[in-house]
Design a protein around this ligand. Structure first.
Ligand SMILES: Cc1ncc(COP(=O)(O)O)c(C=O)c1O
Length: 370
């Protein structure tokens, strides 16, 4: 018997974006802007900061293992019962618990090719057979083809809407048609980490408007609420699914501060509003700037944009050129899209800095080429 199971031995760990300090040190740059990890550029929700600050002296106590306050607040906000709500250490923490709770020996996993890498690490680590369905030419999920890949062993179907790293969405009609073909014994993980940024799109199928008994909706405080560093996510599902998830989760996750912060952030309407307005304005500005610079932008509904270049070398070159000018973006080669790079929408100043760097980088390319 090997010490390390094959699935773990062969597992490629998640590789995060370059930290700002490392780029500053390596390249001797004073100003470095990180637009690589889809974080909230306006910081954490101020209400969450205040709530967390008031709780520090209670940190010798274990958290409420049922996270009653936060789950009740979420239940009230989204008009479901508390028994339909789960919270965890980020939505990825809940995802990990879903895999542990529901996958049996013969079960298989079905999803789109090159979708959210965090899920793929969990899927690969599970050692189960994974079927990856190629995308449409416009980078969107091909739900029709995906439905044809469901077999008697399919247990978990993972859908990220909007998707990371492409930012694309599938529509309500596509989701409706797909769900008609999903047997009730399959569990759909419907990952809505970026839903707040897509909610203005009438085509977007907010999963809370459909309550299928075999769908687990996952959401997070990491993006629109700016709490990525605290690790707090939440999910909604049928009470039987939630009851089983609650058995498997670590008894004391999420932490005291994560629960408190999530509860406060949920009430921080001003911050959410500010984040959404800034993101939508930034998305327009960056889309226009990138198009002016000759790039094709993948239509996206998130707080980031996937940008198309002429190919893998061009993508690597533009990312390197931007890095040398103090802008960290994410080349999508390790994510399976060598022709794309991803840029997170920043603050107004960060976006302006990015556009300047892009112009300079393009200028250098033009003069180098001609
Ligand atoms: C599609 C998607 N789902 C989930 C997550 C993870 O979110 P959390 O921080 O809540 O674990 C991310 C983070 O980048 C994501 O892009």
């Amino acid at each position: 018997m090997p010490l390390v199971p094959k699935a773990i031995k062969n597992l490629r760990p998640y590789s995060p974006g370059k930290p700002i300090a490392e780029v500053q040190r390596e390249l001797g740059l004073e100003r470095v802007v990180k637009l690589a990890s889809n974080e909230n550029p306006w910081g954490p929700s101020p209400r969450a900061i205040e709530a967390v600050s008031g709780e520090l002296s209670g940190l010798h106590r274990y958290p409420d293992m049922l996270a009653r306050d936060l789950r009740s607040a979420l239940a009230a906000r989204f008009d479901v019962k508390v028994e339909n709500v789960v919270v965890g250490s980020g939505s990825e923490g809940i995802m990990a618990n879903i895999m542990r709770t529901f996958l049996c020996d013969e079960d298989e996993i079905l999803t789109a090719e090159n979708t959210f890498v965090g899920f793929m690490v969990l899927a690969n680590g599970s050692g189960r057979k994974i079927t990856l369905v190629p995308r449409r030419a416009d980078y969107r999920y091909d739900l029709e083809s995906m439905s044809r890949e469901i077999n008697e062993y399919t247990k978990i179907i993972y859908l990220a809407n909007p998707d990371n790293p492409t930012g694309t969405i599938f529509t309500r009609e596509e989701f409706d048609a797909f769900m008609k073909l999903v047997p009730s014994r399959c569990l759909v993980i419907y990952d809505e980490a970026y839903i707040e940024f897509a909610a203005d799109d009438a085509r977007f199928p907010d999963s809370m408007s459909y309550r299928y008994d075999n769908v687990i909706t996952l959401r997070t405080f990491s993006k629109a609420y700016g709490l990525a560093g605290l690790r707090i996510g939440y999910g909604f599902a049928h009470e039987d699914l939630i009851a089983n998830l609650m058995k498997v989760k670590l008894p004391f996750e999420p932490s005291v501060l994560a629960q408190i912060a999530g509860r406060a952030a949920l009430e921080d309407h001003d911050f959410l509003d500010h984040t959404l307005k800034g993101t939508l304005a930034g998305r327009e500005l960056l889309t226009a700037g990138l198009r002016d610079a000759g790039f094709e932008v993948v239509p996206g509904s998130t707080n980031f944009l996937a940008v198309k270049t002429s190919g893998p070398e061009a993508s690597a070159e533009i990312c390197q050129n931007l890095l040398e000018r103090g802008v960290i973006v994410r080349p999508l080669t390790p994510f399976g899209f060598p022709e794309l790079f991803r840029v997170t929408i920043g603050t107004e100043e960060e976006n302006a800095f990015f556009i300047e760097a892009l112009k300079e980088a393009q200028g250098r390319e033009l003069s180098a080429g001609g």
